[in-house]
Design a protein around this ligand. Sequence first.
Ligand SMILES: [Zn+2]
Length: 350
Amino acid sequence: MLTKWLWRFATERDSWWRKLIDIKYHNPSSIWQTEKVRSGFSQSVWANITKEYDLFWKFASIDPGNGTMISFWHDVWNQGMVMSSAFPRVAAAAADSEARLSDVASLNGELVSWSFNLKYNLRGGAERERVDLLNFLNNIPMNNFALSPCRMVWNPDPNSKFSVRSLYRNIVLEKLPGMLDFPLKQVWKKMIPSKVCFFMWMVFHNKILTVDNLKRRGWSLANRCCLCCRKEESINHMLVECEFVMEVWSYINRVRPVASFQDREVKLIIKHSPHSKPGNVGEWFRDCILHAIWWFVWLERNQRVFEEKKSNAGGVARRAARNAMEWLVAHGQIDKIQGEAWLHELLLIR
Ligand SMILES: [Zn+2]
């Protein structure tokens, strides 16, 4: 990851490569980062690396220590903020835009006081901004001020050590919450049609439009499961608890015990479903029967709701088993004759 170089630039003060980069892309405002290189004709490696600065400073910061190496206005030295961006009108009025933190802050006994050395008196909105800035500064912890040297801090790590792994985890967690938990291999299977995999994805994220989900979106509906006509419909009821779906499973398990679930919740069932490299027909079948049964139970439910047509659990079990086998044959996992024989045995018995 390119971001690693930004960390190294900030921390490896004496290395030769850093000195070279610093000569070429020197940032007069900060010793912790180079100038952001604009992409132009010369698309250098470092230009690409500096594109990551915004991301980098989301997770990195500088412990100001005694403040002598911190640009008060331009470095990210507290709470992830750059003062010149957060308080631009005060920054514009500052006599020394390159002032160090130690020039602006001074220790009076136990208190830190602030002096911005402004070129002119501020008025109106700019003055309010100055008061806000003072308020902000008076509320940030400055415990270490003047006590320790400046140092880089990698916020996601308790020991402040940068790692690509922690960066990756934080990017993923920030952009796609729950992504690390998602059972990719159990949901997206090559031999299963993508619309069925997508349905499983929707099930996992509780997004399919069962009556309870429609009600949550403000629809006013009587909530009754149309498969058993007894309980309220929810994804978990329809696919796990409903006696109709249990009957579907029992048709298949009676002949070939392909699945038994310890879990009673769709997310956990998906997570714990097999995703190994299957060998024989039975293993292949086991690998895609969960998708098939849930998909055909869902189609059956929709048929009852929208077309007022009805099949029994045996019919749904046969449809699911046949289709699962056809997916496997179409994808070349097993040959047609072998699949038919296996299916024949499975479906002969009621
Ligand atoms: Zn039901």
